[in-house]
Design a protein around this ligand. Sequence first.
Ligand code: ADP
Ligand code: ZN
Length: 684
Amino acid sequence: MMMNERLRVAKIALSSPFHRLFDYLVPDDIDGSLLRTGSRVIVPFKNRDTIGIFLKITDKSEVQLEKLKSIKTVIDDEPIIPNALINLCQWASDYYHYPFGEVLFTTIPKYFRQGKTTTVKVSHEKKLSNLLKTNENFNVNREGNLKDPQKLNPEQQQAFLTIMNHLTHFQCFLLNGVTGSGKTEVYLQVIDQILKNGKQALVLIPEISLTPQTLDRFKQRFHIPIVALHSSLTHRERSMAWMQTQSNQAKIVIGTRSAVFTPFQNLGMIVIDEEHDLSFKQQDRFRYSARDLAIVRANMENIPIVLGSATPSFETLHNVQAKRYQVLHLPERAGNAIHPNYHIIDIRNESLKNGLSQMLLKMMDTHLQQNSQVLLFLNRRGYAPTLMCHQCGFTAKCKRCDVNLTLHKQPQHLRCHHCNTVKSIIQTCPVCGNKHLQNIGVGTERLEHELKKHFPDIPITRIDRDTTRRKNAMQDLLNHVQQDQKQILIGTQMIAKGHHFPNVTLVGIINLDAGFFGSDFRTIERTAQLLIQVAGRSGRAEKPGDVFIQTHYPNHSLLLQLIQQGYNQFALSALKERQESQLPPYTHFVLFRAEANNLEKSDQFLKELKELGIYHQLNSIKFLGPIPAPMPKCKGRFRAQLLVHSKNRRLLHELLNDLICAIETLKSAKRVRWSIDVDPLEMN
Ligand code: ADP
Ligand code: ZN
């Protein structure tokens, strides 16, 4: 037989930074017609054997056939990645301009990436039942004491029925409901129907360890296998979950962002709870938005998707305005709970006691005397954010980052909150020799310390990264808070997610001001979301909540609108400002970042990149920069960035395709580490 009379060139995806597939010959002892798209193979690559994913077979190659190497082994007879997922990965690779092979390999559990064979698949029937028994993560409610569905209130019923009308095709819904309005109850009842239709459901949530209740509520409702996908699974557990879902053994997957890539046999709907949450965006390497990919996936698989939030992202609200998504409102709290009351404490000219105003202390006292709980929100852990010499102005800085070291007292040390560098506390100013260094600013540790003086008999629970490091520590602290006794709870943004604290009747926001002056145009949106989310933790029917906000800007118009008219009205105004300044979502951003061992190299690369882009002379595309990053030095590297933006998404992506090809020819590219961030959520 002549060489190219039969199909013998296999297109293989490898985990490599190149934006292309690799060609290999199918040797005579392998029957090419039996190769399945999405199966793993072993191929020689750069003098070693590596795992690849087979995609398709053809009869030609751009490389001379004699020069091609051959596939060594075929690992899977059945695809490990189903077609639907390959298509999603292809879309993601095109959109985020990240190499397709890398995208594929990031989605597969590491266990499979290591070439481990899915032995369970081979002796599937026999072994699976055993496996399920031994796999803790396969959550079947065995006790059988299920909780009944709630009778839906009229708004919930309306939302429920609307979604039920769209179970068989793609439709994106925004379930816009204040905290505690019963969104989860709506998800549960819709998913119940999905399951009855013989289909599976995917539920994405921001962070499972912070919100164990969500998983519990699903387990308490359904007598079926539920898989939880999160970062603390072992590689083996993750691979099992992957198989259980693909084989339709698991009916519901609850997971964090990477769960968007779980293969399903018969996916019927997707839910994204707290859709505004930043954690749905991967902030390094393959910088995808799990929310946006979930919507693409729902569209590809022609199924409904529900985004839920009390504080929807501006992108999502914009899509509602443009009638791409359908909004469903749950304006009231479910049951009988009522909205919290907001109060502004003007702290201009007031001498604060370690961050606390007289007014706040007085209100705390009142609530505590009524045996209620008080929650104080301060988004800064540690004792004090700055250690400063009062004589010469010296501050203790991180050597590797452009930030001050944070002072911690339990145990005593100085720590960089960016690179985690730890130093022992200095007693004497290294510049002028002064022995009285001052702690400037207030962190959660210091707040706790101060409150112990004011309220010596009241238990205090502090929830931040330092107090929750130990496994299960978060759960223990939460259990403590659930007890119906008076206490003070101090927390960073960790407490803003998911939890209900029914005994909390007063929420104090220690300092909102940082939230008005971020270098990022999204700062106001973030601050408003955080404020509403924290406030939403408090109050219930017999104990309505009060929220006290300490600020130097009591007349800030957006803040006033937020607390007087609510998040949705606030968002409309803030969106208008975005439109007037032509910021996302009214234009599309792409951020190139570069870092190197000096700033010139980063800057030089981005300059050359910009020249390449400008050469294309597309006047609807604009460049901003290169400029140093907001924190130019981080972890010992020097960072710069170049913003590319356009109202025309298609042209923007065409330019990016060209640029990325051209980067391979730039010498300056070899001296930096660079990345591309499509729809960046953080501009640092
Ligand atoms: P969300 O997801 O919007 O925060 P949840 O679904 O968690 O709201 O509901 C908040 C609380 O109200 C939960 O304790 C839930 O059991 C209860 N709840 C939800 N829907 C109803 C209803 N229709 N009737 C009574 N209680 C409800
Ligand atoms: Zn550092």
